[in-house]
Design a protein around this ligand. Structure first.
Ligand code: DC
Length: 226
């Protein structure tokens, strides 16, 4: 099989990873893999079972009851299946995001999800976003980007996004949640959020989406000639 191209985009929540990665994937004709959605699916499963994210015993006991699959529809959009049920929309809440941040700290959860992520990259050209793609999942990724922005800017964007979707959102609350998630994702022992040594940092504070996409395309072109 010919060697596939993989672009890893890591960074804190709200940095614009998914918006940028989705646009780039479309422009380049690659698969977009949103790995946060995988952790959200696990969090959603335990939420349905009434197992608290801090209850590692409960998680260890029931994790074998869960299967997680990624499927792509005809438009190339990623869907998440939890035991065969499409939960793509159900996992997009702040509550599940927060719980995903907590359960993703467990080695047992990360291990279960590692192969499925690598498998997509083995079969397709991918743009994969997450926290540990360049450091753990795809340490040999063709291009590694670390996308970041100030916590205030990320909270402002996230608040606007939630309001646009008709969900309730208050800037100060969103900012506090973003800070808490940063703290959890950076300070956990298993695969913490950190910049890979060979990744290129792009600080998107004050940049619009077009400018960020153009900058990343420039970096990708420099590394791959495409
Ligand atoms: O990207 P997101 O907000 O959907 O991710 C939800 C949580 O999942 C995030 O706070 C940490 C965890 N996560 C992770 O640990 N590793 C990844 N590669 C992606 C997400």
């Amino acid at each position: 099989m010919e060697k596939k191209i993989s672009i890893a985009i890591d960074g804190p929540s709200g940095a614009g990873k998914s918006t940028i990665a989705r646009r780039l994937a479309k422009e380049l004709g690659y698969y977009y893999v949103d790995t946060g959605a995988i952790y959200r699916t696990v969090a959603y499963f335990f939420d349905l079972w009434g197992i608290a994210p801090k209850d590692l015993d409960g998680i260890s006991r029931y994790i074998d009851e869960l299967t997680v699959d990624i499927v792509y529809d005809d438009d190339g959009l990623q869907h998440m299946l939890m035991n065969g049920m499409d939960v793509t929309e159900d996992i997009r809440t702040q509550d599940i995001a927060q719980k995903a941040s907590l359960i993703s700290a467990y080695e047992i959860v990360r291990e279960m999800l590692l192969d499925m992520q690598r498998d997509v990259a083995r079969k397709h050209n991918v743009i994969m976003d997450g926290r540990d793609i360049g450091t753990v999942v795809l340490p040999k990724a063709t291009v590694k980007i670390f996308l970041t922005a100030s916590a205030e800017e990320r909270a402002r964007r996230r608040t606007e996004e939630l309001l646009a979707k008709g969900q309730k959102a208050q800037y100060q609350t969103v900012l506090a949640q973003i800070r808490q998630r940063d703290d959890q994702d950076i300070h956990r022992k298993a695969a913490p959020l950190k910049m890979a040594r060979d990744s290129v940092k792009v600080d998107t504070t004050g940049m619009d989406i077009d400018a960020v996409v153009a900058e990343i395309r420039r970096i990708v072109e420099e590394k791959t000639g495409k």
